[in-house]
Write a protein that binds this ligand. Structure first.
Ligand SMILES: [Zn+2]
Length: 96
């Protein structure tokens, strides 16, 4: 294998990996995860609208125009959204 073929193969490997990662994370994001009480920094979270303490969670991408234009949404940062089971209020958290 020549040098340029090697570079080509590595490049394609990265592209394929990126596409697969994007597809898999999109499928995973579609499902809302675990319901029930949520703990952030050691404290039980309460809905700021109705004081309820049970939520569904969902991971949501914070899109930037540039990366979305390039079709590389999977590089964007994501946030954890707690959806109040009582009133549906969205409580957004950036973790880390
Ligand atoms: Zn609520």
């Amino acid at each position: 294998m020549g040098f340029f073929e090697f570079i080509f193969a590595v490049f394609f490997g990265i592209v394929i990996f990126g596409l697969l990662y994007g597809i898999i994370s999109q499928i995973a994001n579609r499902r809302s995860r675990k319901a029930g009480p949520q703990v952030i920094r050691g404290k039980n979270v309460k809905c700021i609208a109705c004081q309820n303490d049970t939520f569904r969670t969902k991971r949501v991408l914070l899109n930037t125009a540039g990366l979305t234009y390039l079709g590389m949404d999977w590089l964007n940062r994501s946030a954890e959204v707690l959806i109040c089971e009582e009133c549906g209020f969205l409580n957004w958290y950036m973790k880390n």
